[in-house]
Ligand binder design. Sequence first.
Ligand code: B12
Length: 390
Amino acid sequence: DRIEGHTKGKVVIATVFGDVHDIGKSLVNTILTNNGYTVVDLGKQVPIDTIIDAAVEHEADAIGLSALLVSTSKQMPACIQELHQRGHEFPVMIGGAAINRDFGRRVLYPHGKESDEVYEPGVFYCKDAFAGLDTIDALVDEPARESLVAKIRGEARTFREQPVEVDDAPPVTDDSVRSEARTDVEIPEPPYWGVREIDVDLDEVFPYLDRHVLFKLHWGGRGKKGEEWRRIVEGHDGEEGFAPKLERMWGEADYLHPRVKLGYFPCAADGNELVIFDPDDPERELERLVFPRQPKHDRICLTDFFRPLPDTSSGDRDVVALQAVTVGPEVTERIARLEADGEFAEQLFTHGLGVQAAEGLAEWLHAEARGGLGIELDQGRRYSWGYPAC
Ligand code: B12
């Protein structure tokens, strides 16, 4: 479908402001480019003004927005409002794990519930890159575009007219209850107090790599089963399998520069807040980490797993392990260079390896933390901001 010197249309794409997830967006770029479109890829964390300015400058046939965080997905309606207000005519394709078809139906109305006005050029939810290709194929073809716009408007209207379900659950900030989680368990003794940087041997991290996520999610093995899966993992007909590729790349990955810090702090629960104390002065508060509480079910909040404040006034503080890891900036630079050089396959493999190296490093450090506290490896969880508490 790709003909030298000819373009089927121009699309300006970006991952929205505040969001670093660009794997999906880059895939969309590759699929559209390989199918004859000119794609202006603005990268990640892109502010609305930059997106609109680029669409105007390049006379785009459509804008493509990607968001993977619930928080950053709010940039999408904000962008549509801005486009609407400025009277632009760029259809907007939207995608990413944070949103769904109903989200697309809602944001077609730039003023929300306040007005029935729609964003005339249309907002098109795309569940994957191929849906994006089908959408842009329709958008650059006048009759197909008209019928697609009419279809999404009809769907959005029907969705809007549905009765709204009332959610009477308390907000996640409600701290009027405590779950049944026990607090009378023994407080573990940390090997030291405060923060230390720990030496990392990458060979020790290797077993902690999540091969399933790496092979399926990052390296394109999703949906492959049985014999087909075995062939791509082990290799076939001279093609290097994912497993030997991982071993080889790991051995050659001199662009990974792992550094980790692990700290043990005295702490106590205060409602939905975990109070972190100074190891040198356990009465001095350093920080309060605020966690959400389940609105339903057992009403658990992570703080429920720590001794509450009143019990600890005697100085009998609980202990929390806090950790931070990085594989360094060089892998990101390498990925950018591979992309600039058009080495998309190598970029995909390096990117996946970089992301999973950081995840594996966090898992390895978590094992160190549990070892330090004398906790079994099948006990304890590692939580990270933004991830679901499940
Ligand atoms: C890889 C990953 C990361 C990597 C991102 C690396 C990178 N350069 O992209 C790293 C480790 C950096 C990362 C960081 C974070 N992440 Co993250 N991450 C993921 C993960 C595991 C996979 C995302 C992915 O790449 N999927 C594969 C691609 C191909 O799929 P996709 O993006 O959905 O794209 C496809 C379609 O959606 C569609 N599409 C997408 N965009 C568009 C746009 C257009 C125009 C079109 C047409 C189509 C389209 O087409 C694509 C191809 O088919 C997801 C979990 C998941 N399963 O989704 C969590 C996830 C998105 N991350 C999450 C979180 C919380 C974070 C962090 C906040 C973690 C933290 N505490 O620091 C940070 C975010 C920092 C920030 N400010 O953005 C949460 C989001 C939760 C939420 N509801 O908001 C998720 C869902 C994990 C989870 N289960 O909790 N993350």
